[in-house]
Write a protein that binds this ligand. Structure first.
Ligand SMILES: [Zn+2]
Length: 71
């Protein structure tokens, strides 16, 4: 079973770190700057995901139109 990870931007150095999902909400040390921060998912994943899907669907729809025009 693959280990689930989520992406968190370090509040100290601004670089992204992959954090194992079981460390969510725990205190982490950044692998880049060794700063301490809390591993919270601030993006609001469920809302973000449906938003993303809407964007993907509209992108697919518009690229479909372009494809039809170019043919
Ligand atoms: Zn950092």
């Amino acid at each position: 079973m693959p280990q689930l990870k989520f992406c968190k931007t370090c509040p100290i150095c601004g670089r992204k770190s992959l954090i194992p999902i079981h460390c969510l909400g725990k205190s982490m040390t950044c692998g880049h700057c060794h700063g301490d921060f809390r591993a919270t998912d601030t993006t609001g994943s469920s809302n973000h995901e449906s938003e993303l899907m809407d964007r993907v669907e509209s992108l697919l729809a518009s690229s479909g139109d372009q494809l039809r025009l170019s043919l």
